[in-house]
Design a protein around this ligand. Sequence first.
Ligand code: NAP
Length: 259
Amino acid sequence: MDLGIRGKSAIVCAASKGLGRGCAEALAREGVALTICARGKEALEATAEHLRSLGAPSVTTVVCDVTTEEGRRALLEACPNPDILINNAGGPPPGDFKDFSLDDWRKAVEGNMLTPIALIHATVYGMMERGFGRILNITSSSVKAPIPTLELSNGARAGLTGAVAALARKTVHRNVTINALLPGPFETDRLRATSQKIAEARGQSFEAVHEARKNEVPAKRFGTPEEFGAVAAFLCSVHAGYITGQNIVVDGGAYPGTL
Ligand code: NAP
């Protein structure tokens, strides 16, 4: 299927690795001009090279922390009028409610709620004027079902979800959609790091913990960044203009609810 977005421009945040990179790869294959960011230069440049080889007409890299104002300013200077915005950043650390300080909560809200809101605010009105826009927030399955060790993530991401729910209905008449993808467990550095932490806490091997987590998923495997990217690219396509305000779980069946 031709997604109809060849020649469009996209900002993909936090895209040197993992799910962000999966999204950038899928858009590169569709001929989208990309602006990508991450804090580490080396991995970002290596990813950019790969995206060019996949067919992206241009790839601009911005080494920045997207959760800071300076970082977002640099990103928007590199691509002031994107047709597509994929919001992403590292997730908050795990822990227990009793140990989190207000500062921990502020950081989580800054990174996973206010950062995407700021980027949406800076880009959505231009998209509406031009009559095309696709905004995708990478959140987490924790928006549908809380993850006990990730309370900071549960809260900040649910806040973002509520913050854009009405906006998504105000932009769609101008062919600008706002949706979220809610990943379950995907095979990325972040997932491996959390398995490692669980293994250390329980005194078990990384392999035993990682394998057990895999077996908890009805699909009996973790998702891949490639399949996540493919869903993202469809939601960014011309065919998805009638989908807005949705929170789409991509988790191999892990969320147990009927609806
Ligand atoms: P990952 O493999 O660790 O990749 C994270 C990417 O984001 C890297 O490119 C990293 O590069 C970049 N990044 C992190 N913080 C950044 C910042 N402040 N500014 C700019 N770039 C930043 O992580 P992932 O698994 O793809 O996860 C992506 C998001 O999805 C996270 O919020 C995570 O919590 C969420 N999520 C993941 C899963 C999963 O199973 N993988 C499930 C649910 C939710 P640098 O470190 O160089 O900046």
